[in-house]
Write a protein that binds this ligand. Structure first.
Ligand code: AHR
Length: 491
């Protein structure tokens, strides 16, 4: 029998809603044919797909990163403003396509406004100049009688957009990036970008470009940019067609966060930096099947992938004192929870945990004691994307558990990913104060087979099952089924 012990007094952090954020890039059918399809009977007067908006709304997305990704390192934002028919069609080198620029800053801002989502813009540090980056801030946030602020007014938006979050480039360490830099060169360049962007609008929050969280790049960049940045970004993609390699891979997130947190703490201490530097996991997902630009990254997800996504979310919640933003890459069609055709859409398996966590998890993370079967992954068994060994991080608990409460400690939300492929786990859930728990609701994501996949033909192969939980006071015994995500809401 497994054991989960919960004490609402043992609080370890407050969950920032921005960990349930998203990301849209000019890549394949994410924007064009995804969130934006002018002339479609499914779109509104602005060209936004209404069915997609409805699906996005249910994800309670608080923040959206744009316009890339690799795309941004060749993107000149001024190509995407003003009369649409005069915008240049540009050869796009990151994904080897053509960018029509029909969707630009004002369209993105309108989308965020209509959807009540906070915008997060990443600037071009590949082919882009410092002046381009700072004038983008001025175009969005300027209030004076200046060229860029007036141009925004002329383009139909008298009020400033007040974009708060700005990313200092994307994956500048990678050979695949237009304008790749060494860590030292990136620091030098990013300092100057940061300076003029903050001088343009001192209220903005800057996000430094991080790698995995445990590399030399991370050490150098955190040390070099600490005085200027408010967030440090990490990226991680995992996945495997081996079940255990896939569902256990998010252990890398815990490792990344703990390593990166230690570096940030050390640098802040040594440099006597008083402002906080949080982590923004601004790209993360399962992604290993559709890797090429030709595939347009149209990954189809199964139940195992949804369990991995649940464990990513568990890691963010578990480290809620450190991670204050995370952006699932991406939102529609491209490695995404929502998949469209010209006629409609279906929800991928990974959509369900994303919706459930944003909807059900509470504001305060609680420390939790879990005693259960351990799983091991041997180096021979491991078949994973990337070169970092997950096996070395084991053994792993079969039950990956996080617990949150409301600020009063009355409402509890317990997320349990049972990663065991074969075995259900009957578990005693022990409360420090059992008398307060009288009612409950269960949300379960599961299917007969972890390879079950949703599609246009079978949109409901993996869905959320919901039921009431009968409680008799005192502790609770609950059986978590093999290969499932369960969220228990107790009050
Ligand atoms: O999300 C897909 C790509 O993955 C992004 O463009 C890039 O930043 C990352 O390598």
């Amino acid at each position: 029998m497994a054991l989960i012990k919960i004490d609402a007094a043992r609080r370890i952090g407050s969950v920032d809603k921005n960990i349930y954020g998203g990301f849209v890039e000019h890549l394949g059918r994410c924007i064009y044919g995804g969130i934006y399809e002018e002339g479609s009977p499914l779109s509104d007067e602005h060209g936004f797909r209404k069915d997609v908006m409805e699906a996005v709304q249910a994800l309670h997305l608080p923040i959206l990163r744009w316009p890339g990704g690799n795309f941004v390192s060749g993107y000149h934002w001024t190509d995407g403003i003003g009369p649409v028919d005069r915008r240049p069609r540009q050869l796009e080198l990151a994904w080897h396509s053509v960018e029509s620029n029909r969707f630009g800053t004002d369209e993105f801002m309108r989308y965020c406004e209509v959807m009540n989502i906070e915008p997060y813009i990443c600037v071009n540090m590949g082919t882009g100049t410092m002046d381009e980056a700072r004038s983008w801030v001025e175009y969005c946030n300027g209030t004076g009688d200046t060229y860029w602020a007036n141009l925004r007014r002329q383009n139909g938006h008298p009020e400033p957009y007040n974009v708060k979050y700005w990313g200092l480039g994307n994956e500048m360490y990678g050979s695949w990036q237009i304008g790749r830099l060494s860590a030292e060169d990136y620091v030098k360049k990013a300092r100057e970008f940061a300076k003029v962007m903050k001088w343009t609008d001192p209220s903005i929050q800057l996000v430094g470009c991080g790698e995995t969280g445990w590399t030399e790049w991370d050490q150098t960049v955190i040390a070099g940019l600490a005085p200027l940045i408010d967030y440090y970004s990490l990226h991680l993609y995992t996945g495997s067609d081996d079940y255990y390699s896939n569902v256990l891979a998010p252990a890398l997130v815990d490792f990344a966060l703990e390593s990166c947190r230690a570096t940030i703490d050390r640098v802040r201490f040594n440099q006597q930096i008083s402002h906080p530097i949080h982590i923004a996991y601004d790209e993360w997902n399962v992604w290993f099947r559709q890797r090429s630009a030709e595939s347009a990254l149209e990954e189809r997800y199964n139940l195992a992938d949804a369990l991995a996504v649940s464990s990513y979310l568990n890691s963010f919640v578990r480290h809620s004192d450190t991670v204050k933003m995370a952006n699932l890459a991406q939102l529609v069609n491209v490695i995404a929870p929502i998949f469209t055709s010209k006629e409609g859409l279906f929800l991928q398996t990974i959509y369900h945990p994303l919706r459930l966590y944003a909807e059900q998890m509470q504001e305060v993370t609680l420390d939790v004691h879990v005693d259960c079967k351990q799983l091991t992954l041997t180096a021979d068994q491991e078949r994973s994307r990337g070169s970092n060994s997950i096996a070395a991080l084991g053994p792993f608990k079969a039950l990956d558990v996080t617990v949150t409460s409301d600020p009063d400690g009355h409402e509890l939300a317990i997320a349990v990913v049972n990663r065991d492929l074969e075995q259900d786990h009957t578990t005693t859930i022990q409360f420090a104060d059992p008398a307060t728990i009288t009612r409950g609701q269960v949300y379960e994501v599961n299917a007969t087979d972890p390879s079950s996949t949703n599609s246009f033909e079978q949109p409901d192969a993996v869905i959320v099952q919901e039921r009431q939980l009968e409680l008799e006071g005192g502790n609770l015994t609950y059986t978590f089924p093999a290969h499932s995500l369960t969220i228990l809401r107790l009050h």
